[in-house]
Design a binder for this molecule. Structure first.
Ligand code: AMP
Ligand code: ZN
Length: 113
């Protein structure tokens, strides 16, 4: 989608600090980090969000999480990190291209705000 921020990042039309790329996923540093590690993992395929995902997206969503786990391992934050999907404006979703937040490197309290 040409007017989607994260599609444009994946396509290299907008700059990002790339962390990982494979055939189906792309990961980059969040521009406003909320923790020492704050990486966004997105499917290259445009998907508006979890609500809009279908059975055909099962593997892709799983892959995004496994990429997050791999980055957490590489960064040595496996003592405690969080993967988060904000779903819908009421939960703070502001970019409507599905993305998994990987947050870690500091204490993460529960419940989140
Ligand atoms: P959400 O609020 O869950 O939709 O998450 C969107 C995230 O994208 C926020 O954490 C923003 O800081 C981040 N973000 C917005 N624009 C950019 C950008 N150009 N590069 C990297 N991260 C971005
Ligand atoms: Zn998109």
């Amino acid at each position: 989608m040409t007017n989607c921020l994260f599609c444009r990042i994946v396509a290299g039309e907008l700059p990002s600090k790339k962390v990982h790329e494979d055939e189906q996923t792309f990961a980059f540093e969040d521009i406003r980090p909320q923790a020492p590690t704050h990486v966004l993992v997105v499917p290259k395929k445009h998907l508006r969000g979890l609500k809009e995902a279908g059975p055909e997206d099962v593997e892709l969503i799983g892959r995004c999480h496994l990429v997050a786990a791999q980055i957490a391992r590489q960064r040595g934050i496996e003592n405690g990190y969080r993967t988060v999907l904000n779903v819908g404006p009421g939960a703070g979703q502001s970019v409507f291209h599905l993305h998994v937040h990987l947050l870690g490197g500091r204490r993460l309290d529960w419940p989140p705000g």
